[in-house]
Design a binder for this molecule. Structure first.
Ligand SMILES: O=c1[nH]cc([C@@H]2O[C@H](COP(=O)(O)O)[C@@H](O)[C@H]2O)c(=O)[nH]1
Length: 229
């Protein structure tokens, strides 16, 4: 079945913010003699800021409260996120889909406030998305790997899809791939971490794995071809 609607994850998929998160959280942990590992990172990708703090405090045994984590991490984020850069192929794909009137949405674990901060250098491009569903939206009960964020995207499209299987999700995170599959959608994994850190079962169920958005061929999904392909 052809794809009619596309949904994009944000961090590590469109914007190079996963590397910023890693840097900020390493800085936050260092004074306590703790090492922020890839294993812990995999657990928190796609989660809300509060859940991320709880995971970090629990897994690294960090001597701080949830509120202290939120305050300290926000100080780092405020400085780093406004200079977030687009990942290769992101702008080309978004402009292409928008030019062909393919509905595009953002479904992210980010809060709306951080979403605005991260995308502040690319406002025109991100204005092409409708809807933008952040994890603190009132209708989101559970974060990725649960399907809430993507189901809310499907519902909020100005012209909703006829079936969830006509939605194609682009994700870089294991939790996000599971969320898309739980929503009954097709999903393309563009890993932001080494492939060896992903659960092989998740990769097996992914519709397609690509090393970069530049490798995406819309025709394979019934979408209009790139003019330069
Ligand atoms: O190293 C990290 N990766 C990811 C996150 C969390 O995961 C979300 C990523 O959401 P998504 O990939 O769904 O855009 C971020 O907004 C953030 O809340 C984090 O805190 N730290």
């Amino acid at each position: 079945m052809s794809i009619t609607h596309c949904i994009f994850d944000l961090d590590g998929l469109l914007l190079d913010t996963e590397s910023i998160y890693t840097e900020c959280l390493q800085k936050l942990c260092a004074p306590y003699g703790k090492n922020f590992s890839t294993e812990t990172k995999v657990h928190m990708m796609g989660k809300s800021s509060l859940e991320v703090g709880q995971i970090l405090i629990r897994e690294l045994d960090l001597p701080m409260t949830d509120d202290e984590f939120l305050m300290k991490s926000y100080e780092f984020y405020q400085e780093a996120f406004p200079s977030a850069e687009l990942l290769p192929g992101a702008e080309r794909l978004i402009q292409h889909l928008a030019a062909h009137n393919i509905p595009i949405a953002i479904g992210t674990g980010s809060s709306y406030e951080l979403y605005m901060l991260k995308t502040s250098g690319h406002r025109e491009l991100f204005n092409l998305f409708d809807p933008v569903v952040c994890t603190d939206a009132t209708e989101i009960r559970l974060t990725k790997p649960e399907p809430d964020v993507f189901l809310a995207c499907a519902e909020k499209f100005p012209n909703p899809p006829l079936s969830m299987s006509q939605c194609l999700v682009f994700e870089d995170g294991e939790n996000g791939v599971q969320a898309a599959l739980a929503a009954g959608m097709k999903v393309i994994l563009v890993p932001s971490l080494p492939l060896s850190t992903y659960d092989p079962l998740v990769i097996e169920h992914t519709t397609l794995t690509l090393e970069s958005l530049l490798k995406f061929n819309p025709v394979e999904f019934g979408l209009p071809s790139f003019d330069d392909m």
